[in-house]
Design a binder for this molecule. Structure first.
Ligand code: 5RP
Length: 234
């Protein structure tokens, strides 16, 4: 199967996962990226059953609205039941790197509110140690050089993502050559740099479920080994 076929399979699997769990008042959080787009398109098949969504980007909000699916501001809902989104990398503890589409801050906010975070990804995204994918960091524009110097001190090679302005009006530094064996510690360290809005590590609040598209079919992984992490348990 091609990568696109695997993405379609996990989008369909996510729809099958949430469909029997939908209530009249369910609020769905919707992620950003090509896999999330396939989920949005799948969701359109049952749009009459969708009470409310909140989106992690302007692009996803527009796509949802294009299908006639109701989209609300996060501040106007009292909870998010499920958050469905892709990832750039996941380890087996379901700690993620996200932000390849520059939507990491809103993604992290919606994930923080959600009662259950369902990550959808093809098998190329599953890694032993995070960091082969360059880690995105959203930065206040005037702090770009300062944050880049601090990221070098942490051992990475930050590169300014030219021409990209986030939905929040900020810029992105992508940190290359940055193996991350201790994602919890690194997420906190980077967030503590003045000028950082957030970083693309989702380790403090990882996914709850990973629907992983493989040649043998979609596998359901849960973050069972998180407590066994030598770093510290969540
Ligand atoms: C966007 C993201 C995406 O979830 C991530 O980049 C994966 O994208 P895709 O589904 O296109 O592979 O974090 O900010």
């Amino acid at each position: 199967m091609t990568q696109d076929e695997l993405k379609q399979a996990v989008a369909d699997a996510a729809l099958a996962y949430i469909r029997p769990r939908l209530e009249n008042d369910t609020v769905l959080g919707i992620g950003t990226g090509s896999t999330a787009n396939l989920f949005i398109d799948a969701l359109a098949q049952i749009k009459g059953q969708i009470n409310a969504t909140v989106a992690s980007s302007e692009a996803s909000a527009q796509r949802l609205k294009g299908h006639g699916i109701p989209v609300y501001e996060l501040n106007t809902v009292d909870r998010v039941d499920f958050y469905i989104d892709g990832a750039d990398e996941s380890n087996r503890a379901l700690q993620l790197i996200k932000g390849g589409g520059a939507a990491l801050t809103r993604e992290k906010i919606v994930a923080a509110v959600a009662q259950e975070f369902i990550c959808i990804a093809d098998e190329s995204k599953l890694v032993h140690t995070l960091g082969q994918f360059p880690l995105p960091v959203e930065v206040i524009p005037m702090a770009r050089s300062h944050v880049a110097r601090e990221l070098v001190k942490l051992g990475g090679d930050p590169v300014y993502r030219e021409g990209v302005v986030t939905d929040n009006g900020n810029v992105i530094l992508d940190v290359f050559n940055f193996s991350i064996p201790q994602p919890l510690t690194m997420e906190e360290k980077i967030n503590n740099i003045t000028g950082v809005v957030t970083n693309g590590l989702f380790a403090l609040k990882p996914a709850d479920v990973l629907l992983l598209g493989t040649a043998e079919g979609v596998k359901t992984l849960r973050a069972e080994i998180r407590a066994a992490s030598p770093e510290r348990s969540c």
